[in-house]
Design a protein. Structure first.
Length: 1328
């Protein structure tokens, strides 16, 4: 069929939330996400990554199949769904599920009431994943529930409360089901509850929940049913600005189209083509959508196998295979089972629901999980073209080793035949990924062996790997050589060597994992070897002994289980008024709005007339002179309005907060890859982005290019001042100690990965140079200051507004200021409203994160474990501008002692100046790094002395009223209480014994346990940084409008402030409203950082409320029986002011760096975490089994919010210490720029048992209502997992007689774990 045949623009018809949408100008480039958000103004569906990796954009798609009369509902990522693919379908978004205007759906209600939202940005996506599951399975089991959430990321909560909400829908018991040691979680819960009468364990009341009523849901639109039934299917053609979309309905038509346009891709799920076009600059003027062609959707069960259409989704394939497995004899379904094994963890459910089998195969991506197993399983491809049909073995398409073979461009894949397995045939699939679920594999494999009948003599063998080269590859020669061999150790040895010889990996892989991949390649073959041995035994136990008992556990992969958890907190006093909300687990003030998608973030603000979108152009060089910037081509692009450069900044382009400036636009030179050089303003984001790609920048290389800490040391490149703390007599102490150890640890950086990317909307007001700046920031006053300075206007012309922020974690301070300045300069120049929403990739590239770190230490200690002296040097990679790097370095020093009294101590901290994007504040601010160094040498002292790590910790822990290394007083009573309680609650010693027993009985799997104490000093270093103000208005109807300087980042500050105001004014929380934080209501507010928001703003709110109450008191006294409204009315009539400000001067703090002494902190938080893990020694994979945390946070104002903060921070800590890996190219380009390459923890990563207790009876005289600021502290406790992993590795190494001391860096990824568990396979690889 020629293009001329496909004339005329079609009307695209689909439904959204029960309403018909007719789009006359459907653009194939337009994805559903942007259509919903920008066209239909349904902003509940969020942008988190644009590439299918985060689930923030999840919607439900419903289709109707007239032949079977079946309606299918499935979740999908709107960011990858072209609207043109939706013809005749119904879309349900979070707004369609329920809203405060109509009815809140039980999913929304329970997520909110179970405290499942913090910043709320991921919440609509979570709602949609759960809702879709419930539409298909109103009573799901917990396995279905965890699977449904595998494709949804949350950076705030740590998932526990989300899963709690999910459990309320599950039909299986919420108990852990395990009666290990004769008890289960529920028994334990009772025990703990009995112990302390004043303690409470519930954070929500399920009795409040509405029941789930499936009859209340939208029905599938009858009109679409009629359309599907009555209208014959016809070819659809949609013309966009640059692309044409053709959707044929017959195979013949498809073949004609492919003959006419051999280069046009076939788009089914768009999960391959979409990311290529969005992120890799691939462009296709024509795309063909074959999903409606019946031949490509067949599912046929034949006598010798299954035929599955190429356009079938991977979810459908999963169902088909599962059915076949349940119906056919086991012997025939081994290939099906192996494919199912891969499908379980391939992508998330949203991806599997749309991604097609054909797309996965034909993309021939190296990372395909399916191709290795389908190839090994002798699957056949049915190809068609005008020239006819043919069947080829799937393995043929990889025969040339690069995947270019065999299929002609004009050929299409119609279907795939998966054969039944035969007697004597064994087949398995394997994968190892950076995260167990929703992550592309590092290595995937498919292996099959066929034995001569009744023997273990190899008749046929296939081994295929993914991830090793540019496409799936086959160890063909190895397989041929081994034919005729018996399945025994000699064969294994030969096979391993042959495989390593044959599979040659490019050493220069960007991820630098060549050695790990090689190790996996042989280790996975070994696993196959064991599996087959065991299967042989099952078949014929007399002839085949199988594998040793202690090897058996390796045959089972780690599975994700629904986590169990307990949260314990102190009840409020019985005497507390029931109306007083302080101390109670109150739901987040925006919880329901998060869950209904009504909560407004920056990009949800409706567009302003004439608004422009901004796309930034960033440097591609780490250090270079800018020779020229040519914008001429960009300016010719459609929709482009202007290009903004440094020359357009009316006043300040460079901010000198210290010696080196922070820069808005690079002017003459660039100092890192990702530095903003200019920005294109256009009428849409797509236009701005396309034009930005046309800006040409010429560079001239500058030397040196400094990327690493080692480079910086070599070039003496540091930000000043360098800091040092010294205490006692270090050198002398070294002379008297029994032992000295020296070591070094490298800790990688961390990306904030707030779910809402950096966002700004700048609106010039048209007079007096006033500008409204809406920005996602932690520090509006600073934004106001920077924008005013860049525009050269007084601060009183810049009104900065923040309603809420979709996560920040320290990343939305200075960087947000620079981006707000970029947008404001553009708004000023164009005199238009300007919206700047960074794409995930740009955000990760530009904004920096936690500082990569190197710690070097020398420790002197006695035989009995007492540490006498420490000499340490810390280097942090500050990146190209100072930001807060020197402060971070200072905090590293001040908090490095963690929980230990070190009598003689000298430590230095250096902030390295490099050509990486500038690093910045991140939850914990230096402590997570220097604390890890300390715990590392503590552990090494234990190894050296033969004591257990917990003994060395106890011996050296602060014990009585003491002084820190900078002479601040400290009372460690609660540190010790947390430690003891955690020991007890975690049953540490009995579990340690059980673990030792497990480890004796298991060779390839080992468990480890660690308990780590924490002292977390609270304070911002100086009084002025902790001042705060609030403004409270009471209106004549009695309603109260509250505002203060704190920013809602997800930490529930507004909820807590309303609790404070409610207590102080003695009115219900429902009378009090919080609208936004703004520089117009509270000027000069300090940043919401350092866990201090509640402490300081709480004091200010209390002050304002007390002022008001004082004014009202005479009126109340006169009419004590009156109510609030009466008093307010009376006050107004008596001309009593009903508006008051409140103020808190801040905490006194000081630090004299010359003397190395001071009181920089206000008080201390304490905590202890005990974590248990299990590792797979063959792959390096691990599972977090259990964590118990005991935290002293004083008297909690809101235990639900506070426990959420602890858990969320802890899980971020797990990410930092065990998973999140930033990779840079040798040229300084960040390679990990999205959730597909950078893995933050997902549901599968949280401990299977996750218990948090708040220490009871803890008082804190310094903060509001005796609470403690706790946002950051829990992150460090994530290192208990790091040390539990180390414990497991130590056990492996001891058993194998390996060297006692060994170094482990952070993150302790599967790659490192595997490398540390040295065995014959690692030796084989290293020895090559
Ligand atoms: C977030 C994310 C996570 C993922 N995780 C995994 C994972 O863990 N493991 C894994 O294996 N994969 C993973 N994938 C890849 C995914 O499985 C594939 O992209 C998907 O299967 C491709 O199918 P599609 O229908 O979306 O292809 P499309 O994008 O629609 O097409 C892909 C390519 O296949 C060609 N094609 C499609 N159908 C045919 C046909 N019938 N005949 C000829 N050519 C055809 C097209 O021309 C195009 O070149 C992931 C993808 C994403 C986005
Ligand atoms: S925005 Fe669609 S998956 Fe992230
Ligand atoms: S609440 Fe999940 S990302 Fe913030």
């Amino acid at each position: 069929m020629s293009l001329q045949g496909a004339v005329g623009a079609e009307e695209l018809i689909f439904y959204v939330n029960g309403r018909k949408v007719v789009e006359k100008n459907a653009d194939p480039e337009q994805m559903l996400l942007f259509y919903l958000r920008k066209r239909l103004r349904l902003t509940g569906t969020k942008y988190g990554c644009g590439g299918g990796g985060c689930g923030a954009c999840t919607v439900m798609i419903s289709t109707y199949e007239p032949a079977s009369k079946k309606i299918r509902h499935y979740s999908a990522n709107a960011c990858l769904l072209p609207i043109c693919s939706l013809y005749g379908m119904a879309v349900t978004t979070v707004e369609g599920v329920g809203s405060t205007r109509t009815r809140i759906h039980p999913v929304q209600e329970r997520l909110a009431k179970c405290h499942g939202s913090q910043c709320g940005f991921c919440t609509p996506g979570m709602v949609m994943s759960i809702y879709t599951l419930l539409r298909n399975h109103p009573e799901p089991n917990s396995e279905q529930m965890t699977a449904a959430l595998a494709g949804n990321l949350c950076r705030c909560t740590g998932y526990r409360p989300i899963l709690d909400a999910c459990k309320t829908f599950c039909k299986d018991s919420v108990c852990c089901q395990s009666k290990a040691n004769g008890r289960c979680c529920l028994d334990q819960e009772e025990d703990l509850f009995d112990r302390e009468e004043k303690e409470s364990v519930g954070l929500f009341s399920p009795d409040e929940f509405q029941p789930l009523d499936p009859t209340q849901e939208f029905i599938f639109p009858p009109e679409l049913m009629r359309m599907a039934e009555n209208q014959p299917k016809r070819t659809l053609v949609f013309h966009g600005e640059r692309i044409m979309w053709i959707s044929p309905v017959s195979l013949d038509e498809l073949q004609d189209l492919k003959a006419a346009h051999p280069d046009a891709p076939l788009v089914v799920g768009n999960t391959g083509v979409g990311p290529d076009m969005k992120f890799r600059g691939v462009f296709h003027p024509i795309v063909i959508a074959p999903a409606r062609i019946p031949d490509l959707n067949v599912v046929e069960c034949m006598s010798d196998g299954l035929t599955i259409g190429a356009a079938c989704s991977l979810s459908l394939m999963k169902d088909v295979l599962r059915n076949a497995v349940s119906e056919l004899p086991e012997e025939k379904t081994k290939i099906f089972c192996a494919v199912l094994q891969q499908l379980r963890t391939l992508g998330g459910e949203q991806i599997r629901n749309v991604a097609s089998l054909g797309g996965n195969i034909i993309s021939r991506k190296s990372t395909s999980d399916l191709n290795p197993i389908l190839a090994a399983g002798n699957c056949m491809l049915n190809l068609a073209s005008q020239g006819g049909k043919r069947w080829i073995p799937l393995s043929d398409i990889f025969a040339d080793g690069v995947g270019n073979n065999t299929i002609m461009p004009e050929e299409v894949l119609v279907s795939v035949r998966i054969p039944h397995s035969r007697k004597g045939e064994y087949i398995s699939a394997f994968r190892q990924a950076p995260r167990r679920e929703n992550a592309l594999p590092i290595i995937s494999a498919g292996m099959r062996v066929l034995f001569e009948e009744g023997t273990d003599k190899i008749k046929d063998l296939s081994i295929f790997y993914g991830g090793a080269a540019s496409t799936t590859i086959c160890a063909k020669q190895t397989c041929q050589t081994l034919i005729g061999r018996y399945w025994n150790e000699q064969m294994l040895d030969e096979a391993s060597r042959l495989i390593l010889n044959e599979i040659v990996l490019p050493d220069s892989a960007w991820d630098g994992k060549a050695e790990y991949k090689k190790t996996l390649i042989v280790s996975l073959f070994y696993k196959f070897f064991l599996e087959v041995l065991q299967s042989l035994k099952t078949m014929d136990p007399c002839h085949y002994p199988g594998i040793p008992m202690e090897y058996e556990s390796i045959l089972e992969d780690f599975q994700t289980k629904m986590p169990q958890s307990i949260q314990i907190y102190q009840n409020v006093e019985l005497s507390q008024s029931p109306q007083d909300p302080v101390g109670r687990p109150i739901m987040h003030q925006s919880g329901i709005k998060h869950a209904t998608g009504e909560a407004v973030y920056i990009d949800d603000i409706p567009s302003v007339d004439g608004e422009l979108f901004l796309a930034v152009v960033t440097s591609s060089r780490a250090h270079a002179k800018i020779v020229s910037v040519d914008t001429s081509e960009a300016l010719k692009e459609p929709g482009v309005f202007d290009v903004i450069t440094a020359n357009d900044v009316p006043a300040t382009n460079e901010f000198h907060y210290s010696d080196d400036p922070e820069i808005i636009f690079a002017r003459n030179k660039v100092i890192c890859v990702g530095q903003i050089v200019c920005a294109v303003a256009a009428d849409s984001y797509a236009h701005a982005k396309q034009a930005a790609a046309k800006v040409r920048i010429e560079y001239e290389a500058l030397e040196p290019v400094i990327l690493t800490i080692e480079d910086a040391i070599k070039h003496n490149s540091f930000f000043e001042p360098k800091r040092k703390l010294e205490h006692g007599n270090v050198d002398k102490a070294f002379e008297t100690v029994d032992h000295i150890l020296e070591g070094e640890i490298h800790i990688g950086g961390q990306e904030h990965f707030y779910m809402e990317t950096q966002s700004v909307l700048a609106i010039p007001k048209g007079e007096d140079k006033e500008m409204d700046v809406y920005v996602s920031t932690q520090h509006p006053a600073f934004i106001q200051e920077m924008v005013a300075a860049s525009l050269g206007v007084p601060a009183n012309r810049i009104m900065c507004h923040v309603k809420r922020v979709g996560g920040a974690f320290g990343g939305k301070l200075l960087k947000a200021g620079l981006l707000a300045s970029v947008a404001s300069v553009a708004a000023n120049k164009t005199n238009r409203a300007v919206r700047l929403i960074l794409s995930r990739g740009d955000d990760m590239l530009i904004t920096g994160g936690r500082h990569p770190f190197v710690g070097k230490y020398k420790v002197g200690f006695m035989k009995d474990g007492r540490i006498r002296t420490v000499d340490a040097k810390y280097y942090i990679n500050g990146g190209c501008t100072p930001d807060e790097s020197v402060l971070v370095a200072e905090v590293c020093l001040l908090k490095m002692d963690n929980a230990y009294k070190i009598p003689n101590l000298r430590c230095w901290a250096y902030a390295c100046k490099t050509n990486l994007p500038s690093n910045t504040a991140f939850r914990g601010f230096g402590f997570p790094q220097s604390g890890l160094v300390t715990e590392t040498w503590i552990t090494e002292v234990a190894e050296k002395t033969g004591l257990s790590p917990e003994k060395v910790r106890e011996i050296n822990m602060y014990k009585e009223d003491e002084q820190t290394h900078f002479k601040q007083k400290l009372d460690p009573q609660n540190l010790i209480r947390c430690w003891n309680e955690c020991m007890e609650k975690s049953a540490y010693y009995s579990r340690k014994t059980a673990i030792e027993e497990f480890n004796k009985q298991n060779y390839w799997k080992k468990k480890g346990i660690a308990i780590v104490p924490m002292k977390f000093p609270f304070g911002l270093g100086s009084r002025y940084l902790s001042q705060a103000a609030a403004l409270v208005h009471i209106y004549t109807d009695g309603s109260v409008l509250l505002t203060h300087g704190g920013i809602e980042l997800g930490q529930g500050i507004h909820t807590k402030m309303i609790q404070v105001a409610s207590r102080e004014l003695n009115i219900p929380m429902s009378y009090i409203h919080f609208c936004e934080t703004s520089t117009t209501t509270v000027p000069n507010a300090c940043a919401s950082v350092g866990s201090a928001g509640t402490d300081v703003n709480g004091m200010a709110v209390k002050d304002a409320c007390q002022t008001l109450l004082k004014r009202l008191q005479p009126i109340i006294n006169k009419n004590p029986k009156g109510n609030w409204k009466d008093w307010i009315k009376e006050a107004f009539e008596q001309s009593v002011s009903l508006s008051a400000t409140g103020y808190f001067r801040g905490y006194d703090a000081n630090m004299d760096w010359e003397k190395g002494e001071g009181q920089p902190f206000t008080y201390f938080l304490y905590g202890t975490a005990c974590s248990e893990v299990e590792i797979n020694c063959l792959t390096g994979d691990h599972k977090n089994l259990r964590t118990d945390i005991v935290m002293d946070i004083g008297c909690s104002i809101n235990p639900a919010v506070d426990i959420g903060q602890i858990e969320g921070a802890f899980v971020q800590g797990i990410g930092l210490y065990t998973m999140e890996e930033l990779k840079y190219s040798p040229e300084g380009v960040l390679c990990t720029r999205g959730p597909d390459q950078y893995k933050i923890p997902a549901v599968c990563d949280i401990p299977e048992q996750f218990n948090v207790s708040l220490l009871s009876s803890s008082q804190n005289p310094y903060a509001i209502y005796s609470s403690k600021g706790l946002g950051e502290a829990g992150l460090f406790l994530g290192c208990s997992v790091f040390f539990a992993l180390r414990d497991a590795i130590t056990c492996v190494r001891n058993e194998r007689g390996l060297k006692k001391t060994f170094a482990l860096n952070s993150p302790l990824t599967a790659e490192q774990i595997r490398a540390a568990c040295i065995d014959d396979f690692t030796k084989m690889v290293i020895g090559r």
